[in-house]
Design a protein around this ligand. Sequence first.
Ligand code: HEC
Ligand code: HEC
Length: 137
Amino acid sequence: MTYRMITAVVAVFAGVFALSSFVPQSIPQPHEWKATNLKVLPKDITQEEIKQVMDDFKVALGVKCGFCHAQDANDPKKLDFASDDNPHKETARWMMKMTQRINKKHFKHRNEQTGELTQITCITCHNGKEHPVTVSR
Ligand code: HEC
Ligand code: HEC
């Protein structure tokens, strides 16, 4: 190789190197999901975790997602999960806070076998129904 060829090759490499440092690193990220209207659940909750919470609500009350979530204004076949138009959603928020409060302040029972702290959840009262059984004397 002549001296000129070597300098040419080095120059090309240097050029590519310099250029690559300006090109943004586009490593493909998995689709990042973020809830937009949380007032009780932690804002950084993952999609998996929120799905688990919502499935638990569904089972606890024996309802479908649409019991608490409003229809999408653009597509009535879909639900708009961030919308607060369905009043049951606000009731559910209130119930979530009440349940947290009961566990934190009042319910300190330990399981006799394991010694673990027992907590109440929606299903403790609802037992698969929208309206828990209420008995009047
Ligand atoms: C008993 C009522 C109830 C049921 C049933 C329910 N949800 Fe929810 N959902 C809520 C409440 C309340 C919130 C808001 C929580 C908060 O403010 O922290 C919420 C929030 C969400 C969000 C986050 C929306 C956003 O961007 O802020 C998603 C997604 C969601 N629910 C999906 C579902 C799915 C899917 C189902 C059915 C499997 C379902 N929910 C069933 C009450 C319910
Ligand atoms: C300490 C008992 C208790 C716990 C715990 C509880 N609920 Fe309730 N919930 C009730 C009672 C009682 C009602 C009123 C039923 C009625 O009006 O007949 C109710 C009503 C509701 C309603 C309104 C139903 C309707 O048709 O108007 C929603 C929604 C609801 N609860 C969601 C939840 C969710 C979600 C949780 C868990 C985060 C939860 N509840 C935990 C006792 C409880």
